[in-house]
Design a protein around this ligand. Structure first.
Ligand code: ADP
Ligand code: MG
Length: 252
């Protein structure tokens, strides 16, 4: 897994006036990194995440995802990369209201065209990883906010993405529930996943091992956090997720 962003500019045309959301951002993210993107409201965090997640393309500059130049791709090509390689977690969960936990988590595998038996197995695994095996038949409105976000994380994980992107994943949760969600992200990172999250809370960013700060569409600082939290050995990778590397090898 590698992301290589070079001199990315993103300009939105707004009623004849250009909004320069990103003004020349260069960023490289490698395998199994755990990155927090911070910065004040309007500094370009979501715009950068949308580009990293192949939801949008830069106005200028380049973006290579696993060596592939995605910066000039058309929407259908971007969608294929998103479905195959990227897991998204949003502040507002973005679950399908009238569908069960199982069907919400299964959906990416339906899009990927997997057969029902394999979908069943992978969906059950992902739901078990976030500790919701006893809630598979519930609908989102029958779950707490923290449980909904765990469903969203299971959905993000289910097709074994190269990277998990989370834009303010704890923004709609109380601090205790937010801490539980971060514990799951910590475990996924310990199990080998690459995670990039946006937050404006220091207590959340401290979970990451690298903090990138944006200001007015530019990177103001980019530092590794050496004294980040270390999981107790009893938790590292054991509770929720098997090592991603093992799963990739198994998948060939
Ligand atoms: N779709 C859009 N159309 C026009 N302007 C936008 C759009 N998305 C974001 N912007 C503008 O770009 C700037 C950066 O926005 P955003 O990336 O959402 O910042 P953040 O996530 O850090 O709050 C802001 O000035 C915002 O108003
Ligand atoms: Mg935002």
């Amino acid at each position: 897994m590698s992301l290589l962003i070079r001199d990315v500019v993103k300009t939105y045309a707004m009623e004849g006036e250009d909004v320069r959301a990103l003004r020349g951002v260069s960023l490289e993210i490698g395998d199994n990194e755990y990155v927090a993107i911070m910065g004040p409201s309007g500094s370009g965090k979501s715009t950068l995440m949308n580009i990293i997640g192949c939801l949008d393309v830069p106005t200028s500059g380049t973006y290579h995802f696993d060596g592939i130049d995605v910066s000039t791709m058309k929407e259908d090509e971007l969608a294929a990369i998103r479905n195959d390689k990227i897991g998204f977690v949003f502040q507002t969960f973005n679950l399908i209201p009238r569908a069960s936990v199982f069907h919400n988590v299964e959906l990416p595998l339906v899009y990927a065209g997997l057969r029902p038996a394999r979908r069943q197995r992978l969906t059950d695994e992902a739901i078990a990883k976030v500790g919701l095996a006893d809630r598979v038949k519930h609908q989102p409105n029958e779950l707490s906010g923290g449980q909904r976000q765990r469903v969203a994380i299971a959905r993000a994980l289910v097709n074994d993405p190269s990277i998990i992107l989370a834009d303010e994943p704890t923004g709609n949760l109380d601090s205790k529930t937010g801490a539980e969600i971060m514990e799951i992200l910590d475990q996924l990172h310990a199990a080998g996943n690459t995670i990039v999250l946006v937050t404006h809370e220091d207590v959340i960013s401290r979970h990451a091992h690298r903090i990138v700060r944006l200001l007015d569409g530019r990177i103001a600082s980019d530092e590794s956090v050496t004294d980040g939290p270390v999981l107790p050995a009893s938790q590292a990778g054991a509770t929720h997720a098997p090592p991603a590397a093992d799963r990739r090898q198994a998948a060939g």
